[in-house]
Design a protein. Structure first.
Length: 68
């Protein structure tokens, strides 16, 4: 899946909600806190991690590539 970035960055928690990976912000926080989310191959625990063009997010078997 590709996500077209509209600004400089998007926060990880917002991306999970926009892409329908998390039904709510609370669900997104749980996924992140439990180590279910990887950014560029590394487990990411920061809910407000700023994602930029080129980043690759992996969660629940879904890959999301940030692009222009």
């Amino acid at each position: 899946m590709e996500f077209k970035l509209q600004g400089e960055y998007i926060e990880l928690i917002k991306l999970l909600k926009i892409c329908d990976i998390a039904q709510t912000g609370g669900h997104g926080k749980i996924l992140i806190t439990e180590g279910e989310v990887k950014v560029n191959g590394e487990v990411e625990t920061r809910k407000r991690k700023k994602l930029i063009i080129g980043d690759l997010i992996e969660v629940e078997g879904v890959e999301i590539k940030i692009c222009k």
